[in-house]
Ligand binder design. Structure first.
Ligand code: SF4
Ligand code: SF4
Length: 123
């Protein structure tokens, strides 16, 4: 029997439903499957790893992410390898303007092809 979205802890709202479902089935998915109260967790993006590929934007059911461009100070803070990657990807990076909406579904963590996202407890 195929697991339903409810079985998987997968709410509607993802921009790419099939990508979100693949992420929901990943056994490495961390978090609380969207059962966390809002504002307990938030995603942290490692800018040295992020290549602005937007999978996080596609799968997040709560529109936490948007793509942006590295600022001069963010670029200056990168490692040498991070700067090389950033130039190759036209300085695109993921931002979390709605971090407080995160429900710790964990989809972004496993969807990111660069392993750039972790869930961290909010202060
Ligand atoms: S954090 Fe990962 S999934 Fe999100 S834009 Fe960066 S590389 Fe892509
Ligand atoms: S863990 Fe949070 S930020 Fe990541 S996809 Fe789920 S709700 Fe969005």
């Amino acid at each position: 029997m195929t697991a339903t979205d409810a079985d998987l802890g997968l709410p509607s709202g993802s921009r790419d439903a099939s990508k979100a479902r693949r992420a929901a089935l990943d056994p490495a998915r961390p978090g609380e499957k969207c059962r966390a109260p809002v504002a307990r967790w938030e995603p942290a993006v490692d800018r040295n790893k992020c290549e602005g590929k937007s999978d996080c934007v596609d799968v997040c059911p709560y529109s936490v992410f948007e793509l942006g461009t590295l600022t001069d100070s963010e670029f200056a803070a990168l490692t040498t390898l991070g700067r090389l990657k950033a130039r190759r990807h036209e300085l695109r990076t993921s931002r979390t303007p709605r971090a407080e909406a995160c429900r710790a579904c964990g989809l972004c963590v496993v969807a990111c092809p660069e392993d750039a996202i972790t869930l961290v407890a909010r202060p």
